[in-house]
Write a protein that binds this ligand. Structure first.
Ligand code: SF4
Length: 342
């Protein structure tokens, strides 16, 4: 049986048409699923009886379940989410004044093996379906009773490597009969997966993009992000320029500042030069140590010295402290803690 929650409203319209019922029933199904959160076709009385009977035989409802949660002293909540086949991923809820941002996973495991990220340690299992991606929001809202306002695709996996399913999930998130999250409130984060950035540009869907840079020098970047050996910083910038020409959104660059690795004056200069290639925002994130890696957190002086150079080069930046540092430092760690070997 297929999962009904993998379908966008347009997909559902096609189902309606193929069954000879008016396409507006797609809107009703969507409202039952995402506004009223009903997972039973028998409880959708405004659908024609025969159509309901057909739906029962053809579709099931995916269930993503919050298996465990940890609440940080700063209010951040990390959820371990169980998928229908027994695999698990993480979602992180970051409450701020008016916003409740949910960081969702898009793959179980990751192929890219960045050397500071727990998610890649046990390799790649599979892509998450649209139902499983949106299901993380449904599970969090069920658990907390509060509406998620923003989505960042920054959990386990490289979202642009699961492009088609992620775009379907985005359509469901944005649908005004679905989860009603505006496109300006959705950010796709990428490790620099150039073919995916190209597809996103071609799609013209109008989402903002954030690039995990972490080093502007190819040799260093390849050392911590093997993806850079395939698509280097020059290729990434070329692709981002095209994205900017089309979308006119500033690109966000994320830079995890690791003591003694990418925190020197030369690194700051290289970063300044690099980000100036395109209108941008720059987030400097002091590394949060993990038992899984040997990297160290930068000292306050190291951070200060680094950003002083950025300032002197006319580069604007924001220093972001990792949220939820006391519950588990990096993506993937919650899973590693309670599902050893998963
Ligand atoms: S940082 Fe992202 S792309 Fe890199 S290993 Fe982790 S999940 Fe994968």
């Amino acid at each position: 049986m297929k999962d009904i929650k993998n379908l966008t409203r347009d997909d559902l319209k096609e189902v309606c048409i193929s069954r000879g019922v008016p396409a507006f029933h797609a809107q009703q199904v969507f409202e039952w699923l995402y506004r009223r959160r009903v997972d039973d076709f028998s409880l959708m009385p405004n659908l024609p009886v025969k159509f309901r009977e057909y739906l029962k035989t053809a579709f099931c409802f995916s269930q993503v379940k919050a298996l465990k949660k940890e609440v940080s002293s700063d209010g951040t909540v990390k959820f371990l989410m169980g998928l229908p086949d027994g695999l698990a991923v993480e979602s992180v809820l970051i409450p701020e004044k008016k916003r409740r941002t949910l960081c969702v996973s898009t793959q179980a495991g990751c192929k890219f093996g960045c050397k500071f990220c727990v998610s890649g340690l046990n390799g790649f299992k599979r892509n998450l379906t649209p139902g499983e991606i949106c299901g993380q929001l449904l599970a969090v809202e069920k658990e907390t009773g509060e509406k998620v306002t923003n989505i960042v695709f920054m959990g386990v996996g490289e979202p642009l490597d699961n492009f088609d399913y992620v775009m379907k999930a985005v359509a469901i998130f944005m649908d005004n009969r679905g989860l009603e999250i505006g496109k300006r409130k959705i950010v796709i984060s990428t490790c620099g997966f150039v073919p995916g950035i190209e597809k996103l540009t071609e799609s013209g869907v109008g989402l903002r993009i954030s690039v995990s840079l972490h080093a502007a020098d190819d040799k260093k970047r390849s050392q911590i992000m093997p993806v850079n050996k395939k698509w280097n910083t020059g290729q990434i910038m070329k692709t981002l320029k095209k994205f900017y020409e089309k979308e006119q959104f500033a690109i966000t660059f994320e830079y995890i500042l690791i003591s003694g690795f990418n925190s020197s004056e030369k690194d700051a200069e290289a970063l300044s030069m690099y980000v100036k290639g395109v209108p941008h925002k720059l987030n400097i994130i002091p590394y949060n140590p993990s038992e899984h890696f040997d990297w160290n957190a930068p000292t306050g002086d190291e951070v200060g010295g680094f950003v002083d150079i950025l300032k002197s080069r006319g580069v604007f930046y924001t220093i972001r402290r990792g949220r939820g540092a006391d519950i588990s430092a990096a993506c993937g760690q919650l899973k590693a803690q309670i599902l050893p070997g998963a």
